[in-house]
Design a protein around this ligand. Structure first.
Ligand SMILES: Cc1cc2nc3c(=O)[nH]c(=O)nc-3n(C[C@H](O)[C@H](O)[C@H](O)COP(=O)(O)O)c2cc1C
Length: 325
């Protein structure tokens, strides 16, 4: 039985994962076969659109672990990377129907598609996220927008988002709403930018301003100041906390997403940014970070580009329920 079935109807190429007993888990051979199908379709004038789905009750359970152990990544391009390159080079619309599990790579692949229709049973999971590890191939886009209705098309932004190259960044669905604001294309996505340096000539401040100037019209980025926030002290958490805390909390709560742009101080997050995280996380049970999609840009004149701050920030953000790119 072919593990991937294709069929042409007019200008539509239908691709079906066909390993239902294994929840369509991907073997190396399947990655390569799928890459070949997309590469061929890219050059085929008769293919105008791809419709992709899985047989059985799941879309794709990710890597087939048995096969993965037998064929560990070796020298040269991996089968997974071949597929991702095929996606990146494929500029025709890809429409996907997802039912049941889309796990790990089963979700990552979707972030390179254009429209994803999620059935009621669809479950998207990125196991790496819980380990505070950025999923591969731009999969960290997970959860950036959860506010759309099930079975409505996921929306695509052209070009790259926050430096992740790729054909598209798909919007993934989830039962619960991720932030108070449902994102629609009627208005730009409202993104708070928090800068981890107070220095006038801060490189990170400059970087934040460049990102703001480069943002597409679908994103509205605004710097939200964190330097004026009094150091977090539970004694101040009364019925009348510092006004700047309240203003900051309201501002972040109203945002669709948050972008951190930060240097690292002593291999960690600058205190001013950590303070802002702490202020936003309280009072207990009313954290403004909960389910707020986030992204991190770190920079330093040092060779590792603020890795320590980036990493430590992720650790806090995972705890604070921020799905982070
Ligand atoms: C207290 C402190 C600690 C620092 N620790 C690090 C560090 O761990 N790694 C690093 O690459 N740079 C470190 N630096 C250098 C900063 O990356 C550098 O000053 C950078 O320009 C700060 O970012 P900014 O330009 O946005 O203010 C540190 C600087 C300060 C003031």
């Amino acid at each position: 039985m072919d593990e991937i079935v294709t069929e042409h109807t007019g200008s539509i190429l239908r691709i079906q994962f066909n390993r239902p007993t294994k929840r369509n888990a991907m073997t190396s051979a399947m990655y390569l076969a799928l890459a070949g199908i997309f590469n061929e379709a890219a050059n085929d004038e008769n293919t105008r659109v791809v419709l992709w789905h899985g047989a059985g009750d799941s879309f794709c359970a990710g890597n087939d672990l048995e096969d993965f152990l037998k064929n560990p990544p070796g020298p040269g391009e991996s089968p997974q990377a071949s597929l991702m390159h095929a996606f990146v080079n494929f500029d025709k619309p890809v429409v996907v129907a997802v039912q049941g599990a889309a796990i790990g790579g089963g979700t990552t692949m979707l972030t390179h598609c254009d429209f994803i229709y999620a059935g009621e049973s669809a479950k998207f999971q990125m196991p790496f996220i819980n380990l505070a590890v950025v999923p591969e191939f731009g999969g960290g886009d997970e959860g950036r927008e959860r506010g759309v209705q099930r079975a409505s098309p996921l929306r695509r932004r052209k070009g790259s988002v926050f430096g992740f190259p790729g054909k598209a960044q798909a919007r993934l669905h989830e039962n619960r709403q991720i932030s108070g604001n449902r994102m629609t294309m009627d208005r730009p996505m409202n993104v708070c930018v928090l800068v981890g340096s107070l220095r006038k000539a801060s490189f990170n401040g400059m970087l934040a301003n460049v990102l703001i100037s480069l943002a597409p019209s679908s994103l509205k980025l605004d710097i939200v100041e964190v330097g004026q926030l009094p150091l977090y002290n539970e004694d101040l958490e009364t019925a009348a906390p510092p006004a700047s805390w309240t203003a900051f909390r309201q501002r972040v709560k109203a945002a669709d997403a948050v972008l951190f742009v930060t240097p690292e101080y002593n291999r960690s997050v600058p205190a001013v940014l950590k303070n802002a995280l702490d202020v936003g996380s309280r009072p207990y049970g009313a954290s403004v970070w909960d389910h707020k999609p986030g992204a991190i840009v770190s920079s330093s004149p040092g060779a590792i580009g603020g890795f320590g701050a980036n990493h430590h920030l992720r650790q806090s953000l995972v705890f604070l329920n921020v799905p982070i790119m």
